[in-house]
Design a protein around this ligand. Sequence first.
Ligand SMILES: Cc1ncc(COP(=O)(O)O)c(C=O)c1O
Length: 431
Amino acid sequence: MKEKIIHQREKYVYPTKVPYYKDPIHLTRSSGSYVWDSDGKKYLDVIGGIVSISAGHNHPRIKAKMLDMINNDSIQHTTYLYLSEYMADLAEKIAKLAPGTLTKCYFTNSGSEANEMAVMTARVATGNQMVISLRHGYHGGTNVPLGLCGHSTWKFPHQPQASIAHAKAPYCYRCPYGATEGKCNLECADDVREVIQTATSGKIAAFIKEPILGVGGFIDASDEYHKKVYDIVKEHGGLYISDEVQTGAGRTGKDFFMSSTIGIEPDIITMAKGIGNGAPLGAVVAKPEFAESLKGKAHFNTFGGDPYQAMQASETISIIQDENLIGNADRMGEYLIAGFKEMQRDFPLIGDIRGRGLLIGLELVTNPKTKDPAIKETADLMEYAKEEGILIGKGSLLGNVIRLAPSLAITQTECDELLTGLRKAFTKLTK
Ligand SMILES: Cc1ncc(COP(=O)(O)O)c(C=O)c1O
């Protein structure tokens, strides 16, 4: 079966879809924090698709609701041209969780489309064209989001990148200004102003940023950085778009959206991944005055907010609230970071440990002083972790950051399993 799938993928699927691992895994079953492959091997899933599993795989409450809908022949598909309580309820829930006055939602099938809509809203609302994003940022695989991305890995040679300029990333471990973490004047925030003043007319439509740069390797900047950039964006007429595709749904362990934790009120927040716990749903929540600027035109999307997807997202939000999964993400995140700090003493390969809640990155370096990226070692560590029954992710421009984003419901016993498994993997790697 596995060989057949590999053959089919090679023959019939685009070569841009490359599986993880030398011997790719065929996943067939999942429950809670675990997944199983077609040989029956059990893995602790610490990457959850790619940061998509928030409430846990096959959560019983979501399963029960789906079965209920199936057994009652509930409407399976309807566009927004008809009324559906699922999309309406979801919009109300998101509006109540969003900071400040952000209350108007739009639903899509993915994070990329959510970002397309956010950028279009900002351009229409401001009458300006230019959008500022960050180097090392990632915003999706459709045209505008790929233009926004700051990674050569994801860009194609003939890909247009109209009306977008990139500022430096607040990458403290590798500060673009050579400063020491915590001892700087936020020069990277000033770079946003400089880019606006040198690469645009001086007026922008928007600035877009992930609160923590996910694909870029969980690059986490200070709240002060965000506040300073927010003010710069406002000085130049732009909307602040917070791409919470990875950080949303409580993942960072304090608030449902990390923007609330930082203490800024973006004009638009986009989300996907964890909001649907694996269901293909993306969303935008915007301040009403900006959503209203699109009035008078229709914008169609066949599947956005469809009943099954919207129900799963709505139930995911309720589970996160009822089971206090944000508090759990905070506690388990702290527990894991303490465990990794201990591990770092034995394995200097771990150059930096960063992140918030259950969005944790380990940047691997061959020498902690020179910080040379441990690219091959990171790929090998993933293979060794797999042998130990642990599925982890990797990211960053060079692929030398281990990304950990388990279910928000992960238990302390499962965290211990992760720490023990990774310790064994590091031991094999450094032998
Ligand atoms: C921060 C961020 N924004 C947007 C996207 C795009 O989402 P999707 O893959 O659902 O289109 C991703 C996907 O990884 C992401 O990490």
